[in-house]
Design a protein around this ligand. Sequence first.
Ligand SMILES: N[C@@H]1[C@@H](O)[C@H](O)[C@@H](COP(=O)(O)O)O[C@@H]1O
Length: 243
Amino acid sequence: MKFYCGEDYKAMSRIAANIISAQIIMKPDCVLGLATGSSPEGTYAQLVEWYKKGDLDFSQVTSVNLDEYRGLSGDNDQSYRYFMNTHLFDHVNIDKSRTFVPNGLEPDSEKACREYDAVVEATGGVDLQLLGIGHNGHIGFNEPAKEFCKNTQCVDLTESTIEANKRFFEKEEDVPRQAYTMGIGTIMRAKKILLVASGEGKADIIAKAFTGPITPEVPASILQLHNDVTVVCDKAAMSKIKL
Ligand SMILES: N[C@@H]1[C@@H](O)[C@H](O)[C@@H](COP(=O)(O)O)O[C@@H]1O
């Protein structure tokens, strides 16, 4: 596992964007696993900036996103499809028909999950998976549980996740209570994993996930078993880790 520490959020975002750029340059038709949340926002902004300067080409890239709220359509401004369009896809030359996000509008959760597994499988596998991390160690929307879930699943969001994500919604009642998320098994099958975290609020969970015991109660801890993980933090998020 490699750790990189940027001075601040901007520096952390530049490091992460450099790693993604290197992936695209070395394999122009790569499959990127993408994430939402405030952690990767700066990374996407940096990628867009470099694309606009002519330094990056997304024309052959395929993307699969980690998760989507159940019940939200892609044009709902809180959906993860909307987030990806507005933060990245609308600003670069990616072919949108090759950008995939779970179908939040599919009411049959079993169908939504199996269809998304098939989508990920059809890409041939994720080359580089970008991840954020929740305060409780969730990755995607894989919340703390009794066991690691292999494939795409429909999850009930925990109170702490609802609490953390309510800042994006007008009222707490508007936060969806369920989401479709790629499973831990799928995340672990990515060839490379890049996890980004910033701010003091993430310091405890970064230390716990990467130096604590591997347990489904801290879903990100399983990343300790992956052979190509890069963790990019700012100073504050890295402050409690003793390597
Ligand atoms: N489903 C997403 C995760 O993929 C993300 O990692 C997490 C942390 O978000 P943030 O980066 O905003 O702290 O939030 C959400 O729950």
